[in-house]
Write a protein that binds this ligand. Structure first.
Ligand code: UGA
Length: 468
């Protein structure tokens, strides 16, 4: 099918490239001419595992083309709207980019267009979109509006496109439904050649992908409610982690025990420094705002947000408890991105923590496998390093703030020799206290730190001399 994806951001580019990979002819549109030039010349505007190869292959095969929004509207029969919906001051989603695209479709669209809302939007946006198209359309435009929320995780977006837990479509006509089914057919029937795993399609063939058909408003709500629920799970486990610290229990075991209940499930029960990124924090706020507008009190989610914000102070307090005075102290930071496998630092807890430590006079040397350039633009006063050892050199503590695999696989002996004091504060609970202790490190994690007795501290210094 001739498809245009409007918006070449994270969701748009991933969707466009993957739709091309399953055989559609896709025109990916954006108004940022610099970004379009980059994409046409084979440069990626962000890092996402597997995506570059898919973009290259499909661009070369001419199944994926790039250009301005107007051309996208002219060329595509199905138009996926994937533009940004950033937060306004009070948390409401800014829908002006969606409105601009709707205006272009109304003015230029001719014949039939399937208008698919994929950007994350508050419930009832579809209704507004329809109204807008009706108000401004040219005579010859016929259209259906569909809500097709995306559930792509950054860092695993390609995998999520090809192996979704579900495809949700909110439709109003049989024609729209049939076309949505046609667009996703290779994914639903698993007939694509998977660019991520060599064997998976065949293995998965017996397990059909749930294709949930709803009205437009319900599909819109599925998206906001899913993100809010996941955020709520994270804040819940973070509160339980605090309780574990107070009670001398171990959150890792508690989370395991809770997650074994199939009604709850084990995912999104990893405690730490809180959720970040461009989705959860903004979607939570937008969900609360739209609920309020419609007369529903969602203070539950305001508390989720408050708990999440408190994670940052809680972590900084941990650092202070260990280092006492921060002024003039050298601290190493591992991880800057809001999560591993991405270079995205928007609303990254790591950056918020660094800002806090800098404000208290600490000196920060930081390393991230992918996000250093983006972080440098945000916080230039940090010393950025090219590997985890450099970031740890001469420091009194290393703070692990993003759980990249690389940090699980460090040469601990080498690291210990570089550090002023062998202290690791693990904001993501991914390292083992026992393993680190064998290398002479003191380890502080989240939710499993009953007070460490003084004699254990001396042992952790490793040389028995009490000096580091
Ligand atoms: C999230 C959703 O998971 C996607 O389904 C959705 O499509 C996307 O938002 C979106 O709305 O576009 P994403 O923000 O990329 O995806 O990342 P997640 O993997 O959900 O992680 C979000 C944050 O929660 C990260 O900061 C992560 O470190 C944190 N997290 C996650 C935890 O602190 N604990 C956990 O157990 C899981």
């Amino acid at each position: 099918m001739e498809i245009s994806v409007i918006g070449a951001g994270y969701v748009g580019l991933t969707t466009a490239a993957c739709l091309a990979e399953i055989g559609h002819h896709v025109f990916c549109a954006d108004n940022d001419t610099q970004k379009l030039d980059q994409l046409q010349n084979g440069q990626m505007p962000f890092y996402e595992p597997h995506l570059e190869g898919i973009v290259d292959r499909n661009r070369e095969a001419k199944r994926l083309e790039f250009g301005p929004t107007e051309e996208g509207v002219d060329r595509g029969r199905a138009l996926f709207i994937c533009v940004g919906t950033p937060p306004l001051e009070k948390g409401e989603a800014d829908l002006s980019a969606i409105e601009r695209v709707a205006r272009v479709i109304a003015h230029r669209g001719h014949g039939y267009r399937l208008v698919i809302e994929k950007s994350t939007v508050p419930v009832q946006t579809g209704r507004q979109l329809k109204r807008h198209l009706a108000l401004f359309r040219t005579k010859e435009l016929e259209y259906d509006v569909v809500s097709n929320p995306e559930f792509l995780r950054e860092g695993a977006g390609v995998e999520d496109f090809f192996h979704p837990d579900r495809v949700v479509v909110g439709v109003e006509t049989p024609r729209a439904l049939e076309q949505m089914r046609e667009i996703y057919r290779p994914v639903l029937e698993r007939t694509f050649a998977c660019p991520v795993h060599s064997e998976c399609s065949r293995q998965d063939a017996a397990r059909p992908v749930p294709f949930l058909v709803t009205d437009i408003a319900s599909a819109e709500l599925v998206k906001h409610a899913s993100n809010s629920f996941l955020a709520m799970k994270i804040s819940f486990i973070n509160l339980v982690a605090d309780l574990c610290e107070a009670a001398g229990a171990d959150i890792n075991r508690v989370a395991e025990g809770i997650g074994l209940d199939r009604r709850i499930g084990s995912s999104f029960l990893r405690p730490g420094i809180g959720f970040g990124g461009f989705c959860f924090p903004k979607d939570l706020q937008a969900f609360v705002r739209i609920a309020e507008k419609l007369g529903c009190d969602f203070s539950l989610l305001k508390e989720v947000e408050r708990i999440n914000l408190r994670r940052l102070d809680h972590f900084v307090e941990k650092v202070k408890k260990e280092l006492w005075v921060l002024r003039g102290k050298e601290i190493g930071v591992w991880g800057l991105a809001f999560k591993p496998n991405t270079d995205d630092v928007r609303f990254a807890p790591a950056l918020a923590i660094i800002r806090h430590l800098l404000a208290e006079g600490a000196e920060i040397q930081a390393y991230d496998p992918r996000a250093v350039d983006n972080a440098r633009r945000e916080i230039p006063e940090v010393t950025y390093c090219s590997d985890p050892y450099e970031a740890a050199r001469g420091t009194e503590a290393v703070l692990l703030l993003t759980e990249w695999d690389e940090f699980r696989d460090v040469d601990w002996e080498r690291l210990r020799a570089l550090m002023e004091r062998p202290l690791i504060i693990d904001g993501r609970n991914v390292l083992s206290r026992d393993v680190l202790a064998t290398y002479g490190f003191q380890y502080v994690g989240i939710g499993h730190d009953a007070e460490v007795p003084e004699n254990e501290l001396a042992g952790a210094r490793g040389d028995g001399s009490g000096k580091v």
